[in-house]
Ligand binder design. Structure first.
Ligand code: FE2
Length: 248
């Protein structure tokens, strides 16, 4: 009988303990959910923001398709922006502009390098493309290209070679180096020539994204076809404007 009383007492204590624990478990779960929601909301309000495309998603058809543009700008670029904001939050990089950060890129975290580069590179990329590309620059920029590369056709060959020989994901660039000379170069991943980790440093005035996400839906593995068609969507006025800004 005494053993039965002890058992009952233990059972009651266990039940009370179990019931007492329930609110604590639920509270933790609720806190987790609230935390996730807060992080998601915060992603939309970072110091960096995704800019609008300067043209409609289908404006570069038939060379770059609407669906690729929607995903590339709305998903990939947005992800770089969100991840960049998360990476710099609460650090001394939060109030610095990206070009300042790139100067000492080798001293900063990989997440800032990948996502800061991703945000800057894509912002340039949207800007230097547009519908009704004329296929060729004019004025001072054309003169500078011809002086440096002998002819516009030779420049195109060198630029295409840089885009096609970049193994894996990356970018090919036309830059103005520290001596004011035009150069063609390429970088891996989301690096760019503004970073101190680049093989060749300078200010990009034109760039092509050769990540598969930039062309795979339309061109699959045919990167050469995508690169060849890129000339049809270059906004040379925007490139010339970039060139003028560097020279000032
Ligand atoms: Fe991209």
């Amino acid at each position: 009988m005494k053993r039965l009383k002890n058992f009952t007492l233990i059972a009651v204590i266990a039940l009370v303990g179990f019931v007492a624990c329930q609110p604590a478990v639920q509270e933790n779960e609720t806190n987790d959910n609230e935390k996730k929601e807060r992080v998601t909301m915060k992603d939309l309000k970072g110091p960096h923001a995704l800019g609008d495309l300067p043209y409609s998603h289908d404006a570069l058809e038939p060379y770059i398709d609407k669906q690729t543009m929607e995903i590339h700008h709305g998903k990939h670029h947005q992800a770089y922006v969100n991840n960049l904001n998360n990476a710099i939050e609460g650090t001394d990089l939060a109030d610095k502009n990206l070009e300042e950060i790139f100067k000492n890129m080798s001293q900063h975290p990989t997440a800032v390098r990948n996502n800061g580069g991703g945000h800057w590179n894509h912002t340039l990329f949207w800007e230097i493309m547009g519908p009704n590309g004329e296929g060729k620059p004019s004025g001072d920029l054309l003169q500078a290209i011809e002086n440096r590369f002998t002819s516009f056709e030779s420049f195109k060959e060198e630029f295409e070679k840089a885009a096609l020989t970049r193994f894996g994901s990356g970018w090919a660039w036309l830059i103005v180096d520290d001596n004011g000379e035009l150069q063609v170069t390429s970088t891996p991943n989301q690096d760019n020539p503004l970073m101190d980790v680049a093989d060749m440093e300078g200010m990009p005035i034109l760039g092509i994204d050769v990540w598969e996400h930039a062309y795979y839906l339309k061109y699959q593995n045919k990167r050469p076809e995508y690169v060849a068609n890129f000339w049809n969507v270059i906004n040379w006025d925007a490139v010339a404007n970039n060139y003028e800004k560097v020279r000032k």
